[in-house]
Design a protein around this ligand. Sequence first.
Ligand code: LLP
Length: 432
Amino acid sequence: MEASGFEGSGRPFAVCGDELCCSGVGLRALAQEFGTPLYVYSGDQIAERARLFQDAFAGRAHTVCYAVKANSALAILRLLGEMGCGFDIVSGGELARVIAAAGPERARQWCGRVVFSGVGKTAEEIDAALAAGILLFNVESESELELLAARAELLGRKARFALRVNPDVFAETHPYISTGLSAHKFGIAIGLARAVYAQFRDHAWVEAAGVSVHIGSQIRQVEPFQASVDRVVALVRELRADGFDIRFVDAGGGLGIEYGAAEFDAAAQVSRYAEALRSALRDLQAHLLIEPGRFLVGQAGALVSTVLYTKRNGEKKFVITDAAMNDLIRPALYQAHHEIVPVMQVAGAAAETVDVVGPVCESGDFFARDRELPELEQGDLLALLDAGAYGLSLSSNYNTRLRPAEVLVTGGEAKLIRRRETYEELFAPEMV
Ligand code: LLP
């Protein structure tokens, strides 16, 4: 890829001098200092993206609840929490992360901006969230609401809830990450929601405070968001007519980014998204919650890796990297495309068509197939772009591989935010 290929790409990675940099910091030195595979994120871009959403909804009561699952690094949670963001969590572990990132003095306050989503909350997780005093439970089934009510009563802590409704809206995305159709496991059919709210009308321990929706992830069109919020707004009006004090509309996350070479204007995309939600909400007085994950952190991150070997098998040339599917599983799991860029830019390098693969013993362990890249040699550094979302958070220790270290670049300064694991840590929970 030419240096000029990054302009207008929406990425904080650009060529400076003869190498690829993250917000001005060279990746070669980071790879030398911290080793590879290494995740490098631009904290500047994450902050800038969060600000885009906050500004786009200025003038309307709202909270940006960052979807922790996209990248749950404590340092990133800290950065976003300090900007006033809330958090969308889906497990007790993510709640514990928010509390750890906040620190004891701010934990209570930050938990007051937490929404808890997910179809399978356990009693222990519900209890922890009740104790932490979270803002809202996004409840996905009648039986979950019954359990929430029972736990709230037992703990003597009233729970605010929203039903996550399934609006039956189709959004163009990968089938594994589409959620808004009635065929999916998520939410409660919107047509049935009113009756479920009615069952819990005068409950002493659960209070209907909102309606929530989430139609899927990596959605590039804004119309499906508008269509789903339109349906939510109609339900909110009905519920208010039924006497419920519905204060929160949670529009979910899902706004997509550019993974390819096309130009991408993040600011324009956020304003289109905000316009779509504003026009669906019209004059409805409600506190808007949104749960962006990927849009905040996806393009901000790259996975830096070293070429271990190159080899030819028949017609094919393989570039074998020290990163593998356990570090970044998106290509293997979703056939996702990630741009791959050599860290050192060699002027006039010849191009060749290669498969970029990892060392894991699975044919699915690839980052790119038949990709045209500048000729690569053993020892070269590569950057897999747009790996900030669902990269490390979806990583594993498969093949007993240590997961990558992580570096956050803010204001021209690079900081290690997660050191590489050790084998001792990996084996610590085991007994022979
Ligand atoms: N809210 C809820 C309830 C969610 O389930 C999700 C993502 C989000 C918010 C954030 O969505 P985002 O803004 O990041 O699109 N591993 C897949 C993506 C799975 C998304 C799951 N839910 C990937 O790598 O593409």
